[in-house]
Design a protein around this ligand. Structure first.
Ligand SMILES: [Zn+2]
Length: 506
């Protein structure tokens, strides 16, 4: 009985600890002009005359987003509103009390967006594509919490015609109402909501659904090929990490600007990871590159783990790892999944990693300068990718050799992930070097300091690599080569020999 009483006392406290928000999103036949109407109702912790709501004016580099929010309307008389873009704030004056209910509309702030405007809300009669952060206002008594808040939100989709496609990172075709429970910034706001002329495809990985949501008529991408490339990549990645993945996962592929002629031969593509998903947006023209799309799948989705689950404590200073090792595993997993042969792998690694590193004017710059220049200089931006990938290749070979092919960098990566999964655990250079020492039985701090932090070239020599790899070091740019049968080397490099299969499968 005592326990019951205690529970009865605790329950209201728990309910108060996790705020609840109710949203209704309304369909309109002319979404271009009317926008998506969102009605929000919330109960404030105590009776008030006004309440501050957060609506980000800038999201992922996209400025002035409050221009996309219009039509603020209270649920009854006595409501007034003041929008303060610099503070990402909507001040809602309302009748004294704890119940606050109002609505607003989310619209495009231009008839068409440019090809590099990736993160503005897209709302047209044909479709919508809106980030959670640009769809849902949240009261500041939640957003201003010192640690990341959790919340419960119900979202009701009202008036959408039968057969209208509705899909988001939490639910597919939500019939009526969906409920979200989780974290605000990294989950609720890191979500994407689409609807309209999207086409949904689905496959499963260990009974967990994976969706491909595509719209537009792509001139160079065949949808069946896109789906199979996605399935191949994602399967190889989850197999690699021994990770069944989230309860549901969606890859969104949307065109930004479509050109049917040869007025512009370039391609502007961006991929960004979401909570339980990944979005790709690209210009669509006859010159789109199929290889680029496959590379994006392999590099960007690898960030769900490297950079996502293994989170760098020092952002740009850790890019040699979060970008360099992501890139290395983008290449290695393409070899593992059968996407490329070993000969192709060697050709690509030489051309896209080693040669580009040696052609980089900033290649011997120290790591700390990457922090200041990453967003300013294309050469600095690319430096950690290639420097890190070459280091990863060297380290992988060293672990394979010194363990007599019983372990590889793959095992180190999985162990690192396990170490970084608990809350508060992050990637640091020190954690990495300590772990590497247990694999190499040698401290590589000096080498790391010299080649990664100070920026001296890391020499690739045949003696450092596993049997079957050779390096032509006679040229100014070292070139990786294969000696002997590629199939044997592939097995050795990927650890496919039965003797090397000592890693426990989950
Ligand atoms: Zn990346």
């Amino acid at each position: 009985m005592k326990l019951l009483l205690l529970l009865a006392c605790l329950l209201p406290l728990l309910a108060a600890a996790q705020p609840r928000l109710d949203y209704q999103v309304y369909y309109a036949p002319h979404l271009t002009t009317e926008g998506l109407r969102v009605q929000l109702s919330v109960r404030t912790p105590k009776a008030e005359d006004s309440t501050y709501f957060h609506f980000a004016n800038e999201v992922w580099g996209e400025p002035d987003l409050l221009r996309c929010l219009t039509g603020l309307t209270g649920a009854g008389p006595g409501y007034r509103f003041r929008v303060v873009p610099d503070s990402s704030r909507i001040v809602v004056y309302h009748p004294h009390g704890r119940e606050v209910r109002f609505s607003y509309r989310i619209r495009q702030d231009a008839a068409d967006y440019a090809r590099d405007q990736f993160n503005r809300p897209r709302v047209t009669d044909a479709y919508f594509h809106v980030l959670g952060e640009s769809l849902f206002a949240v009261p500041e008594f939640i957003t201003k919490a010192p640690t990341e808040p959790t919340l419960t939100a119900t979202i009701r989709w009202v008036g959408f015609p039968a057969g209208y496609v509705l899909h988001n990172t939490f639910a597919s075709q939500p019939a009526g109402q969906q409920t979200f429970r989780g974290k605000l910034w990294t989950q609720f706001y890191r979500s994407l909501y689409v609807g309209g002329d999207y086409r949904l495809q689905r496959f499963t990985y260990q009974n967990r659904p994976v969706y491909l949501a595509v719209r537009g008529q792509w001139q160079r991408y065949d949808e069946a090929q896109v789906l199979s490339a996605l399935q191949r990549t994602l399967t190889a990645q989850r197999d690699f990490w021994h990770d069944a993945g989230p309860a549901s996962y969606t890859v969104f592929l949307s065109p930004t600007v479509t050109l049917r002629d040869s007025a512009w031969r370039g391609q502007s593509m961006r991929g960004e990871s979401l909570y339980q998903g990944f979005k790709l947006q690209s210009s669509n023209n006859p010159f789109n590159n199929w290889e680029l799309l496959r590379y994006m799948f392999n590099h960007e989705m690898m960030h769900d783990w490297i950079g996502g689950q293994i989170r760098g404590a020092h952002e740009e200073l850790n890019y040699w790892f979060t970008e360099g090792f992501t890139d290395y595993y983008a290449y290695k997993n393409r070899l593992r999944s059968g996407d490329v042969t070993l000969e192709q792998w060697v050709r690509d690694f030489n051309a896209d990693v080693i040669q580009k590193l040696y052609a980089n004017a900033e290649r011997n710059q120290p790591n700390y300068l990457i922090k200041d220049n990453f967003w300013k200089s294309r050469s600095f931006e690319k430096l950690p990718y290639r420097r890190g990938a070459v280091f990863a290749f060297w380290l992988d070979n060293q672990i394979l050799k010194r363990s007599n092919y019983t372990r590889s960098l793959d095992d180190l990566m999985r162990e690192l992930r396990q170490a970084c999964l608990p809350p508060g655990q992050q990637f640091t250079d020190e954690r990495f070097l300590t772990l590497a020492k247990t694999y190499l039985h040698e401290d590589i701090s000096y080498l790391f300091q010299k080649h990664i932090l100070s920026g001296a070239d890391l020499p690739l020599a045949k003696a450092d690599l596993i049997e079957g790899f050779d390096v032509d070091a006679a040229q100014p740019v070292p070139t990786l080569k294969i000696i002997g049968a590629p199939a044997t080397l592939r097995e050795r490099y990927l650890g496919l020999k039965p003797a090397a299969k000592t890693v426990a499968q989950q």
